[in-house]
Design a protein around this ligand. Structure first.
Ligand code: ADP
Ligand code: S3P
Ligand code: MG
Length: 172
């Protein structure tokens, strides 16, 4: 694994960070880590349960610690949760990393996430909530990104290839 730089995936809920992250890691021959999964494993609760039981602020604190640990420990592919970039310290940690912003338009977002209860922030009116989240976050994704890869109309495999191309990394 040495010599292969960490690749960090950011972008909104449902854009495919977790799906593409696994594919990218396979193609690069490196490990994959997902900070949402790290939190769920450590807490023994789903993301939705943490939001309902303890509130978003508590989730964000867990997320901040999980991202810090993943970036410090893991040299492979790291997929972040969609809201991780809201934290200024997290954004500072991402400076100097290879960060891919996976983007999509609202219609694609609604198709992918629908009324999926696993994402509490989109549970009521997904289209409106997604637009509002993007208004608040688009500039943060752009700020931390070293490359932007549009995912609309692309399969996860095509997105992974586009990400590799964007990073100019060769498949192993
Ligand atoms: N390029 C794609 N085209 C169509 N569906 C996708 C694509 N990437 C991911 N998906 C689907 O969208 C949903 C969200 O993907 P996921 O990887 O969990 O996104 P994220 O981690 O960014 O929230 C999943 O059902 C996944 O199968
Ligand atoms: O955008 C957000 O605020 C969130 C995104 C989710 O992760 P994904 O982006 O992997 O869906 C998860 O961390 C939580 O539901 C909050
Ligand atoms: Mg995810």
């Amino acid at each position: 694994m040495s010599g292969v730089p960490a690749v960090v995936l950011v972008g909104p809920m449902g854009v495919g960070k977790s799906t593409v992250g696994r594919l990218l890691a396979e193609r690069l021959g490196v490990g994959y880590r997902d900070t949402d999964q790290d939190i769920v494993t450590a807490e023994g609760r789903t993301v939705a349960e943490i939001f309902v039981d303890d509130g978003e602020a508590a989730f964000r604190a867990l997320e901040k610690a999980a991202v810090r640990a993943a970036l410090a420990e893991h040299r492979g592919v790291v997929a972040l949760g969609g809201g991780a970039v809201l934290d200024a310290d997290t954004r500072a940690l991402l400076a100097g990393q290879r960060v891919i912003y996976l983007s999509m338009e609202v219609e694609e977002a609604v198709k992918r996430t629908g009324l999926n209860v696993a994402r509490p922030l989109l549970a009521v009116n997904p289209r409106k909530q997604w637009r509002e989240l993007m208004e608040a976050r688009r500039h943060l994704y752009e700020e931390v990104a070293t490359a932007v890869v549009a995912t609309d109309g692309r399969t996860p495999e095509e997105v992974a290839q586009a990400a590799l191309d964007a990073l100019e990394l060769k498949q192993v």
